[in-house]
Design a protein around this ligand. Structure first.
Ligand SMILES: [Zn+2]
Ligand SMILES: [Zn+2]
Length: 282
């Protein structure tokens, strides 16, 4: 059964809300969509926003937050995986809107960009945690990182991984994938869309042996017994057992082909890999 597009916010696991909007990108003669997501993680006494969304999406994200149940505890934390615009560009607006909120993660240079908020910044690194009441947010190793300052996060209650750019891929707007989980977007060619994304955002993956990174990713998944993945740009993953092999294939494939440029046929001409997928309908 094909599932149609869904509007955000969407609760992807108990007390974890997916917020934000798609951004259109053109490559290989196609229109690709990617998310610049933010997430709200709700504890018993505090809530945390994870990633800010793209600055252009702030009015929409603010509206989405207003549609959530009114008994949600106050936003006391904002965690950003790294300093790039689609991840951190809305932080001034969020700190303004939530005067109690503390900014968390790697704090490089935020005190210079936002001196007025310098007293509301908390530097965190691997193993540091924040108790939201009934669940903790833990900073974990960022296996696939964009900047050296990147950190990933993990929710101890629903075992959700927040990997920033780590599971980065586009989706097909024409196929109605917007707002779906990766497992619902059955026509999505994850290796292909991962390669398109690697061209634009994770260029270093073309100059290293990605097999080591894929192994380390599995180590992290096993270490934390991850049940759900909430990437900033890709569709959320509800069944890592089905989708993680396709992500790994995408990382290896993206790293194995040359840069495609903006309108070349490099990705289209790459060896067919579609047949090797596990189809969720099977
Ligand atoms: Zn990114
Ligand atoms: Zn979309």
């Amino acid at each position: 059964m094909t599932i149609g597009p869904k509007q955000l916010p969407r609760e992807i696991a108990s007390g974890i809300y997916w917020l934000g909007d798609c951004l259109e990108q053109r490559a290989n003669g196609k229109i690709y969509h990617t998310y610049n997501a933010a997430f709200l993680m709700v504890g018993e006494h505090s809530s945390m926003i994870i990633e800010t969304g793209h600055p252009k999406d702030f009015p929409l994200i603010a509206k989405q937050l207003d549609t959530l149940p009114s008994n949600i505890p106050p936003v006391k934390y904002l965690f950003v995986t790294h300093q790039e615009t689609p991840h951190a560009g809305g932080l001034g607006r969020i700190l303004h809107r939530y005067p109690e909120a503390i900014l968390c993660g790697d704090m490089c240079d935020y005190h210079l960009a936002f001196p007025q908020y310098a007293h509301r910044m908390k530097s965190m690194r691997e193993g540091d945690e924040i108790d939201l009441g009934g669940r903790k947010f833990v900073v974990v190793e960022p296996v696939i990182r964009d900047l050296r300052t990147t950190w990933w996060g993990f929710d101890t209650q629903e075992r959700v991984l927040f990997p920033g750019d780590g599971f980065a891929y586009s989706h097909y707007h024409e196929d109605g994938h917007c707002g779906l989980f990766a497992e619902e977007a059955i026509s999505l060619d994850i290796p292909e869309v991962s390669a398109v994304f690697a061209d634009r955002a994770l260029f270093w993956t073309k100059f290293t042996d990605m097999r080591f990174y894929v192994d380390r990713l599995q180590y992290l998944m096993d270490k934390y017994d991850v049940k759900c993945i909430a990437p900033t740009h890709g569709l959320p993953i509800r069944d890592p057992g089905i989708t993680l092999p396709r992500i790994k294939e995408g990382l290896l494939f993206g790293g194995s082909i040359p840069e495609s440029g903006t309108e070349s046929d490099a990705i289209k001409a790459a060896p067919t890999h579609k047949k090797t997928y596990i189809n969720v309908d099977d």
